[in-house]
Design a protein around this ligand. Sequence first.
Ligand code: ADP
Ligand code: ASP
Ligand code: MG
Length: 438
Amino acid sequence: MKTVKFGGSSMADAIQFSKVRDIVLADEKRRIVVVSAPGKRDKNDSKVTDMLYDCYAKAARGIPFADEFAAIEERYNAIIRDLNLDISLDEEFENIKDAFAHRAGRDYAASRGEYLNGLLFAKYIGFEFIEPASCIFFNDNGVFDPDATYPVLSERLKKAGRAVIPGFYGAMPNDTIKTFSRGGSDITGSIAARASGSEIYENWTDVSGFLVADPRIVENPEPIETITYKELRELSYMGAGVLHEEAIFPVRTAGIPINIRNTNKPSDKGTLIVDEAKDGSRFTITGIAGKKGFSVINIEKDLMNAEIGFGRNVLRALEKSNLSFEHMPSGVDTMSVIISTDALKPKQTDVIDEIRERVHPDVLTVEDNLALIAVVGRGMKRTRGTAGRIFSALAHANVNVKMIDQGSSEINVIIGVAEDDFETAVNAVYDIFVKTVV
Ligand code: ADP
Ligand code: ASP
Ligand code: MG
């Protein structure tokens, strides 16, 4: 059997609902269907999840929220009307409003987007509805609890014929609702695929698979046919938003491949995510992804390399402030530590003082507004001169490279550039490896 997950844009309105139904019914193996809350119908629209967060923020402060809630109701009522469904969610809406007024919690609020959409879609397609709060569990620290979840969920899915499960949430030990982080319906899909022993996890979205680069940065990027979990992990971590970065773990250990597909172009093959790819990708690189919002702590000290324990002392200073770092490129007498700016700022003074005290550097500076770009590909291992090509492409595009770091696995090169150069840099790397080939 197959587990299929449909994202927000795939579930945004009645037209999308009917496309999704056609896709599910086209293959009787598609038995477990995980749905997101309705997403954006066009660029300027809002996601229901965001509407729920905003609405609840008001409720929690005791501010009237009826108008905001009415807009959410209308998203569902429009679907009911347009599909001529014989169902009313009015009672559900009343219960939710009541819970909002009694401050049921932010996670509860956000989860209602998926919950209501799951109810509607189950009714529309005629499948059973499965309540995730009764079979997906978190521990007291709010971390997904596989030991508690899998026995219950497997049993539940075995009993079901064909079923719809809302994504994004489950229950805490005290029965309150807990959500995954944003985009977390991908994780629910992966968990359900594993619990049901599915042969494949199809993740349906609004692009024809994982593309070599973010389509919002590069015009019309080429799709990736096959990508390994490792490559995907590097790209997702660096911001390629197609799949939640934690969604690969449940299926990966069970050896279940993921297929990213396009709800709006169901005949496209999409991207297959596998453990080990037999052949390389079409290009030397598999993908490019990147993020803005990093800071660099630059440390200089003569004869640093001869000073035993220098690096450890710097890392101790970070540890003391509970900061994790992204990269740590070093030279003979220099060392840089790259940290997310949001994480660093509140602790910057403490960390800098601590580093000064521990290692007495000659120069210690912090530079903000850095963007990191990951160039990832299993093909880079057997190809010489990849870093050289990246450098020359960036030099041609007038981009100053502030940092370069090659992972020891040799499947990724990380480049640091000024945030203002980010889009130019991604396009330059894309052009040199992909455009010159196709
Ligand atoms: P869903 O609502 O279906 O979960 P998401 O918005 O979470 O969909 O993910 C799909 C989006 O990811 C695409 O519309 C695209 O804008 C973005 N994206 C970012 N990087 C990439 C990439 N490398 N390939 C494809 N899409 C990407
Ligand atoms: N609806 C949730 C979000 O917007 C979860 C998801 O779509 O995966 O983050
Ligand atoms: Mg998503």
